[in-house]
Design a protein around this ligand. Structure first.
Ligand SMILES: Cc1cc2nc3c(=O)[nH]c(=O)nc-3n(C[C@H](O)[C@H](O)[C@H](O)COP(=O)(O)OP(=O)(O)OC[C@H]3O[C@@H](n4cnc5c(N)ncnc54)[C@H](O)[C@@H]3O)c2cc1C
Ligand code: FES
Length: 352
């Protein structure tokens, strides 16, 4: 028996390690050449402290209160030199990956599909070379080098972890560097280089209702999260992470009617995942869509649960800023709030 432990470093890098039954996280990390911070390795100094965001484990009872207080333990803080996982876990490590002599992974793959989904978005599928490097948390992103340049761009996975074919939803930006490659030169068989996974925008354990807010291609990470939840549900893994114990509502906003993509997949999730529902919103005033305007206009009381919700928000910067402003103005303080801003690599107006 072995568990997968995601170590999330302060610089956004995530490393996945295997942890054998009965093994401490610290020992498993060193065995795999990840030098987590440590001093005593005996539960005395507290140097190895991290925060376990997800998963089950035994914290042991051999450590000192000075190293980890009861309050810290109740908040999910752990000593990696003492902690023995009994399921897959996600642990925040409060130092940069370079200090642990580990770094972000390099992956190569072959372009399998590049297909316009609308005038505004493109689906990219890459067959990755090495299955062993495919671990990521649903919601995370990766850097893809733009062929023929020294630059890279960041993209959130729309596929779920563990697939050999990784997929992405990419906005077609006029005169954009990656957009230009994808619309003019890309073809099946092109070799691509990727670096990652990265980011702290990933699905946490579901313990209360979830509100997902997506703008345009900001739908991508939610497709990954929903696919993983649907798979867990199909495999009969009951409990919160199966997606059935709590309601999950997605509000998906776009500028124009024909920018709505992947609604067939969302319909399928509504069938496959008990408790999942979604609504779409279109900005265009000329649209005949039943819900017009911005996602903030359509956050009805039934999806807000009086603020007892976890909110996940992803999309272009103006959309993120508008939602943050709306929450601030309306005094909405969800139990937890996670967002990913699709910030351009280049300042607006800069030549690609
Ligand atoms: C963490 C992260 C995850 C991301 N995930 C995704 C994703 O899953 N899907 C996705 O489509 N994008 C995503 N992005 C954005 C993506 O990395 C690129 O910025 C985007 O695809 C544009 O790249 P480009 O090379 O085509 O254009 P660039 O050459 O970078 O830009 C050309 C010009 O267009 C401007 N521009 C770029 N983006 C926008 C915009 N949204 N609105 C208006 N002007 C813009 C630039 O400022 C520049 O002037 C993500 C960004 C981050 C930081
Ligand atoms: S390394 Fe000292 S408490 Fe873990």
């Amino acid at each position: 028996m072995s568990y997968t432990i995601a170590l999330n470093f302060e610089d956004g890098v995530t490393r996945f390690i295997g942890c054998k039954a009965g093994e401490t996280v610290l020992d498993a990390a060193y065995r795999q050449r990840v030098n987590l911070p440590m001093d005593c390795s005996d539960g005395v100094c507290g140097t190895c402290k991290g925060h376990c965001e997800q998963g089950d484990f035994d914290l042991g009872d051999e450590y000192l209160e000075e190293a980890l207080s009861d309050e810290e333990a109740a908040e999910g803080q752990v000593l990696t030199c003492q902690m023995v996982p009994s399921s897959d876990c996600v642990i925040q490590v409060p130092v940069a990956s370079s200090l642990c002599k580990t770094q972000v992974g390099k992956i190569t793959g072959t372009l399998a599909v590049v297909e316009p989904l609308s005038e505004d978005s493109i689906e990219l599928a890459i067959d990755l070379d090495d299955d062993a490097e495919l671990a990521f948390l649903p919601g995370q992103y990766i850097h893809i080098d733009v062929p023929g340049s020294e630059a890279h761009r960041s993209y959130s996975f729309s596929s779920k972890p563990g697939e050999r074919r990784a997929t992405f939803l990419i906005r077609n930006i006029p005169n954009g560097l990656m957009s230009g490659y994808l619309t003019e030169r890309a073809k099946a068989g092109d070799r691509l280089s990727l670096t990652g996974p990265l980011g702290s925008f990933y699905l946490r354990e579901i313990t209360r209702p979830v509100l997902m807010l997506a703008g345009g291609t900001g739908l991508a990470p939610f497709l990954s999260m929903l696919e993983q939840l649907a798979q867990k549900h199909a495999e009969g893994q009951g409990g919160a992470q199966s997606g059935c114990a709590q309601p999950i509502h997605l509000i998906y906003g776009v500028n124009k009617d024909d920018h709505l993509v992947k609604t067939d997949a969302l319909d399928a999730f509504a069938e496959r995942l008990p408790g999942f529902s979604y609504s779409t919103v279109v900005v265009d005033e000329a649209s005949e869509h039943p819900r017009k305007g911005y996602v903030t206009h359509h956050m009805d009381a039934e999806v807000m649960h009086d603020g007892d919700i976890d909110v996940y928000l992803c999309g272009p910067p103006p959309m993120i800023d508008a939602v943050l402003k709306h929450f601030d103005k309306e005094g909405i303080v969800p139990q937890s709030f996670h967002y990913e801003k699709f910030t351009p690599n280049q300042a607006p107006g800069e030549a690609a």
